[in-house]
Design a protein around this ligand. Sequence first.
Ligand SMILES: Nc1ncnc2c1ncn2[C@@H]1O[C@H](COP(=O)(O)OP(=O)(O)OP(=O)(O)O)[C@@H](O)[C@H]1O
Length: 260
Amino acid sequence: MSALLQVHDLALRQGGRLLCADLRFTVQAGQRWLVLGENGSGKSTLLAALAGWLACPGRVELAGRALGDWPARERARQLAWLNQHDDCPFPLSVREKALTGRHPHLGRWDWESAADVALAEAQLARLDLLDLAGRDLATLSGGERRRAGLAASLTQQAALLLLDEPLSQLDLRHQQQALDVLAEEAAAGRALIMVSHDPNHAIGFASHVLLLYGDGRWQAGPVDEVLNEANLSALYRHPVQRGLITGQPCFLPQRGQPCA
Ligand SMILES: Nc1ncnc2c1ncn2[C@@H]1O[C@H](COP(=O)(O)OP(=O)(O)OP(=O)(O)O)[C@@H](O)[C@H]1O
C-alpha cells in the first residue's frame, strides 16, 4: 500500500529559529496521529507546511506526488486543514460554514447541490450543531464555533485531515464526541494529524504520536513506543506521571514540582 503522506527531511523555521530539523515520518490511510509539544514548538507551523501554505526545505509527498505539484483545488480534495485561527470576517451561517467544505468539489460557477447540503447537515448533526444551522457564526460560543470549523473540515471529505487543536474550547462531552467522530473517519480510511495540548487525547484514539521539542528535535512513531513518562517529561520540561484509571493509562503533570 502506498503512503498517503511522506515527509522527508523537512526543516521548520520561524523568525530565524530552527523549530524542527530533518523531520521524517510517513502517514498511511486510517492512521490517527497526535502532535504534541510546548507552546511555540512548531505544531501549527508544521500543519501549515503540510497543507502547502509554507515553503520549507525538505520534501512532502501527498499520495506519491510532491505537495507543490498539486493544483490547489485538487489538493484541497485530498487534504483538509482546520486552522487554529478559523474566524470569518463576514456574516456566514453555520450551515454555510459547513458548506465551505464542498468548495473544492464545485466548479467555478456551481452552486451547492441538495446532496452537498445534506452532507454538510449530516456533519453538523454528528457534532450536535444541527439546531444552530441557521445561526450566524459570529453569535456562536467559542466551542460551538470550533465544532462548526470541524464540521466544515469533515464536509470536505478529504483523505487527510490536518486539525490544529480541534478540541480546544470543547467541553468534556463534546471532546469525546469529536474524538468518536474522528475515529469513525479514520475507520472509513481517512488519515488524521491532530494537534493537541493533552497527551491523554492519544489514549484509545491515536495510533501514532509526533513530539516536537521546538529546538530541532522530534520523535515520531506508534503510541506505545513514543508516549511515555520520560518523553513527555522531557517534552514539557516538567515531570509527568503515568497512572491507570480502570485499566486505561493516563498522564498527569506532577504537582508541586518547579518548572524547568
Ligand atoms: N511570522 C513569524 N515571525 C517570527 N516568529 C514566528 C512567526 N510565526 C510564528 N513564529 C514563532 O514560531 C514559533 C512556532 O509557532 P507555532 O504557531 O508553530 O507554535 P505552536 O507549537 O503551534 O504553538 P501553540 O501551542 O502556542 O499553538 C513560535 O515561537 C512563534 O512565535
